[in-house]
Design a protein around this ligand. Structure first.
Ligand SMILES: CCCC/C=C\CCCCCCCC(=O)SCCNC(=O)CCNC(=O)[C@H](O)C(C)(C)COP(=O)(O)OP(=O)(O)OC[C@H]1O[C@@H](n2cnc3c(N)ncnc32)[C@H](O)[C@@H]1OP(=O)(O)O
Length: 289
């Protein structure tokens, strides 16, 4: 999904594999591919440690994306690349990514990982939806909504920690926890690729956290405006990681969300922050999903 075709040394082309029902490109795909483009222009001893992106236009799923990379700076420790994702001759995403050589330090701390059930004790999104679909009292529109979610073949496997809350069947605090991993096998060794995949995963279900306290409203328009991410340690994006999403603020048709990706051994692997635009409308009785 993140494979890019090299057109020139600093020009690459990406295509689309999974497009959300909103029929605009998935932000995570554009970020992940932009990071791939940046990573291809730095040497093997450099590791991605952060990226900062603005989504300036919706991505068009009917045409490929051109990634233009600028070698902004090559330093002794840090190297910065600027990437423009372009469609129809105009930028859809501007991204800056920074890479560092490995530099161990005695300064080391992190928050503790939340205590949650292990992935083996939880159901996948698909198993949960099948379970909901077998309920006799389901309205036709709820059935349709669930079938739409089931048909949505996302390349990420997910296991919600609190399913009712994950699916907004009940209002709750703006915090969402789920185990996630890329579908398929990536293997050890290519840390840059694991960061690109984590960037892809990090945009899914993140912004929706803002809506969790508002079960009386549903999204009329929702899109991420910017996305920043920091990579803290080595990890495997094809192994279960706990994704903790928290929204500390929402107002003015915008919401802020912070995400933390935890390795299952408790190591904080990556953090991200995103602001998005959310325009809502009241939920009518038969359109909960
Ligand atoms: C339980 C978990 C299940 C999860 C299930 C599925 C999840 C799957 C999907 C996950 C998606 C994750 C998030 C994303 O990936 S979003 C994609 C990445 N981000 C983007 O594509 C955003 C790109 N940027 C933009 O599109 C623009 O910058 C913008 C944010 C739209 C800018 O807005 P604006 O300046 O207003 O631009 P404009 O062209 O003027 O307007 C666009 C559009 O909005 C209407 N509009 C503008 N202002 C208002 C207003 N105040 N009130 C109402 N509507 C407004 C405007 O009329 C335009 O509408 P259209 O004409 O219909 O286009």
């Amino acid at each position: 999904m993140l494979d890019l075709k090299m057109l020139e040394v600093l020009e690459l082309r990406g295509t689309h594999h999974w497009v959300p029902s909103a029929q605009r490109l998935f932000g995570g795909q554009i970020i992940g591919q932009a990071l791939v483009a940046a990573a291809k222009s730095v040497s093997d001893n450099l590791y991605a440690h952060s990226l900062h992106c603005y989504f300036v236009r919706p991505g068009d799923p009917t045409v490929p994306v051109l990634y233009q990379v600028d070698r902004t700076r090559d330093g002794r420790s840090f190297t910065v690349r600027s990437v423009k994702a372009i469609q129809h001759g105009q930028p859809i995403l501007i991204c800056q990514a920074s890479f560092q050589v490995l530099q161990p330090s005695p300064l080391q701390h992190q928050f503790p990982m939340p205590v949650v059930p292990q992935p083996e004790d939880l159901l996948t999104v698909e198993e949960l939806i099948q379970r909901y679909l077998s309920q006799a009292d389901l309205t036709e529109s709820a059935k349709q909504g669930l079938n739409k979610l089931l048909a949505n073949e996302v390349p990420i496997e997910m296991k919600p920690v609190s399913p009712a809350h994950f699916y907004r069947f009940a209002s709750g605090e703006p915090r969402r926890l789920f185990w996630a991993r890329a579908r398929g096998y990536i293997g050890e060794g290519n840390m840059k690729l694991h960061c690109c995949v984590a960037a892809y995963v990090s945009d899914y279900a993140l912004l929706g956290t803002v809506l969790l306290p508002y079960s009386k409203y549903k999204a009329r328009f929702i899109a991420s405006l910017d996305h920043a991410m920091w990579f803290h340690s080595t990890f495997r994006s094809d192994e279960w990681m706990l994704y903790e999403c928290v929204s500390p603020w929402a107002a003015s048709s915008r919401g802020l969300v912070e995400g933390r990706l935890w390795r299952r051994d408790g190591v904080l692997a990556a953090s991200c922050s995103q602001e998005g635009v959310l325009r809502v409308k009241p939920v009518t009785e038969n359109s909960k999903l």
